[in-house]
Ligand binder design. Structure first.
Ligand code: GLC
Length: 724
């Protein structure tokens, strides 16, 4: 439909119809016959009357080509102006073919693989009738107590930006209107939802605007620059005002400064949550705050449909605010081609053919293998097929491998670790649970220890239940549950090689298992093909290549602990150890157990010949950094070479390291490759105290290595003419 017709449509709509387009509910509010859709927020006690919401312009959480076609038909049959419904859902890391959780996807350091995972998710979802996915979630995180760290790609703004782009490209492609295998992407949660105090979900976020701009905004900016069609608001406050009611954040920053003119949707109930936050007295005031802030669609709560009409009639809200919101919603529907074809892409036979296809499973298996991180290996891995393997632990045969945000995936489709190992060995290994996730009985412990006695090697499959992370899954104790540590201690007593595979959604305090194990493989929630991927790694058919994108603390008392931290005025490593007065703990190291960028391989790599093309960078100049990387082991493998920059003297304090580039390379045994990075002024810029983002003359170091801790460094000086 052409633009002028959209404007005509808006002009013809009543205030009730405008308010209805600006609300979104689960499908059962639209039509009794359809299912409710997936409930992903507080629902019981929501005073949302069906008659209020039956005209809502979009639906969340429903899927299935036939159901959504029927729903659309029913809705259009009742629609005065023939405006089609928009179907949105949380396809976070796969639809039916579930990929690893995003924190694992980030550990691939492979944007192409992540883009492919999003493209496959879009293909399956679009055939099932969906139009929009509430992904990517790009909130930067530094606190593993927060359950939703599993949903992000980690603690670095540069890397989060790279992956935000990959997700958006995969979902939307470059021709969204005509490519019916694509979805509109909704980047979330704007803004800084990943920084709740105490790591407690929905808790207060409070930070300087400089901190917000320097660390938390870049990934949102990247997603929008890549063309993300929608943004979702965050539940938290930003500078004391809930994001969803925050006019500065949404109109001044997001829309005016960042240039976003797409659809802004509230997160579940966040419009009405202005009341418990204490910035609105009732639904009417909550509606006023949100529409003034520029929120186009209210998800799940009735403030807009109950009050926007009277707010306009009483001249409290200009009707233009509704018109601009409705126009953006209709423009999105139009960009998806829904006016010409309201049934876009929904095709049950295609859905049947695509979902969980061999091709999709293969991609999920390969990406899952790339996302696992080898944290320790003192010779126990890879396993040999002639070894007698005992697989022990609550995850040995668990299908809970998809994580807390895989609402359309089915555990029936998941390949378990036992099945994966069994296929490798050609026979089922010894399998015992040994303990539940949080409870262990002496009887099942005894059975497991007995079974392990016959084995050459014990593989422990331990971790968190997927409900122990994800939304509202915050934990103050980030160790493995005591029951599992008890199991590990008992199995350790057997004196056999002990390999631990971890299934969890957050960095854990690994004491109690890291010392006890000869090898530790972090598998996160690896998805539908998890069992195959882990078995491929355990037996060396795939060489581990994953690298952490979020630090593993030594213990929760260190949190937040992250690699790009500030040096402080009393850096521990620059003060005599016997000198008490340094920035350190009396009872723990400053450093995390495993740093950002860390991950081992079955082979070894050496770095040599680090060189700069020049020790001076001039204005608008570029310098090249080169390094030779050699595979000095006996297995082919992939190494992610990382480039970090440090600004030695800034106008504000600057991090001891900042990731500014990486290259994942394949090396055969004995092979050497030269890796070259380009460094220009962009890599030196930062937000000054006046919030301008520029770079200053001065000295910098460039460091290169396999992670953020082990690097070689060289110094250069940035000398723009006339500015010393
Ligand atoms: C949830 C989540 C959000 C999700 C939305 C819709 O509360 O915070 O990430 O997209 O509701 O399910």
């Amino acid at each position: 439909m052409n633009e002028s017709k959209l404007h005509d449509l808006v002009r013809n709509m009543t205030l009730e119809e405008k308010a209805a387009q600006m609300s979104q509910v689960v499908s059962s509010f639209i039509d009794d016959k359809s299912g409710e859709g997936k409930i992903t927020g507080p629902f019981a006690g929501m005073e949302v009357a069906k008659e209020d919401m039956s005209g809502s312009g979009s639906v969340l959480g429903a899927s299935g080509a036939d159901d959504l076609r029927a729903l659309q038909k029913e809705y259009l049959g009742k629609s005065r102006l023939g405006i089609p419904l928009l179907f949105m859902a949380d396809v976070i890391h796969g639809y039916k073919t579930v990929f690893p959780v995003p924190l694992a996807l980030g550990c691939t350091w492979d944007p192409d693989a992540v883009e492919e995972s999003a493209a496959i998710a879009a293909k399956e979802s679009a055939a099932a009738g969906l139009h929009v996915t509430f992904s990517p979630m790009v909130d930067l995180v530094r606190d593993p107590r927060w359950g939703r760290v599993m949903e992000t790609t980690g603690e670095d703004p540069y890397l989060n930006g790279v992956f935000a782009r990959a997700f958006v490209r995969g979902y939307q492609g470059d021709n969204l209107e005509n490519d019916e295998s694509k979805l509109a992407a909704c980047v979330k949660h704007f803004a800084a939802y990943g920084a709740p105090e105490g790591g407690r979900d929905y808790n207060t976020v409070d930070m300087s605007e400089r901190q917000l701009r320097e660390y938390y905004l870049p990934a949102y900016e990247a997603a929008l620059d890549e063309g993300a069609e929608m943004v979702m608001t965050a539940f938290n406050t930003v500078e004391g005002i809930p994001a969803t009611s925050n006019k500065w954040l949404m109109r001044d920053l997001l829309r005016k400064e960042m240039g976003f003119n797409g659809v802004l949707i509230s997160d579940w109930g966040a419009v009405q949550e202005a009341i418990p936050h204490g910035v609105a007295a009732d639904n009417r005031e909550a509606a006023l705050k949100a529409v003034t802030a520029g929120v186009d669609i209210e998800m799940m709560t009735p403030c807009y449909v109950q009050h926007l009409k009277t707010l306009v009639e009483e001249d409290v809200v200009a009707e233009e605010l509704l018109d601009e919101a409705v126009l953006r919603i209709l423009q999105l529907k139009n960009r998806l081609g829904l006016f010409e074809n309201p049934y876009r892409g929904a095709d049950s036979s295609l859905e049947e053919k695509l979902t969980l296809s061999e091709e999709h499973r293969k991609a999920a298996r390969e990406t899952a293998a790339k996302s696992c991180v080898l944290l320790k290996n003192e010779g126990a891995l890879p396993l040999k097929k002639e070894q007698n393997v005992a697989l022990i632990g609550p995850f040995a045969e668990s299908t809970d491998l998809m994580g807390p945000w895989s609402i359309f995936g089915s555990e029936d489709d998941v390949v378990t670790i036992a099945a994966g190992i069994g296929e490798k060995l050609g026979t089922r290994p010894t399998v015992e649970k040994g303990s539940d996730i949080e409870v262990v009985s002496s009887q099942e412990l005894e059975v497991a220890v007995e079974a392990a006695k016959q084995a050459d090697v014990v593989v422990m499959a331990l971790g968190e239940h997927s409900e122990m992370s994800g939304e509202a899954g915050s934990r103050t104790n980030i160790k493995l549950p005591e029951a599992q540590l008890k199991l590990a201690a008992e199995l350790k007593k057997l004196g056999k090689p002990l390999v631990t595979v971890l299934f969890n959604g957050r960095p854990l305090d690994l004491h109690g298992v890291i010392e006890e194990s000869d090898a530790v493989l972090e598998a996160w929630y690896p998805g539908t093909e998890g069992g195959h991927a882990v078995a491929d790694l355990l037996f060396g058919d795939t060489n581990p290549s994953g690298k952490l994108t979020m630090s593993f603390p030594d213990n929760v008392g260190q949190v937040p602990v992250y690699y790009n931290s500030f040096n402080t005025g009393r850096p521990k490593d620059q003060i005599a150890p016997e000198d008490r007065f340094a920035s350190k703990y009396l009872d723990a190291p400053n450093e995390p157990l495993f740093p950002f960028g860390f991950g081992l391989s079955y082979t070894t790599f050496t770095y040599s010949g680090l060189a700069l093309s020049s020790e001076i960078m001039e204005e608008n100049g570029t310098i090249w950094v080169s390094v030779d990387v050699t595979n000095t082991g006996t297995a082919a493998g992939e190494e992610t070479v990382q480039l970090y920059v440090r600004d030695l003297v800034g106008e504000v304090v600057r991090p001891v390291k900042e990731l500014k580039g990486f290259r994942k390379i394949h090396l055969e045994p004995g092979e050497t490759k030269q890796v070259v990075f380009e460094v220009d002024e962009e890599s030196l810029k930062y937000h000054h105290s006046d919030l301008t983002c520029t770079c200053d003359p001065g000295d910098f170091t460039l460091s290169v290595g396999p992670d953020s801790r082990n690097t070689d460094e060289l110094r250069f000086s940035y000398q723009p003419r006339g500015r010393q």
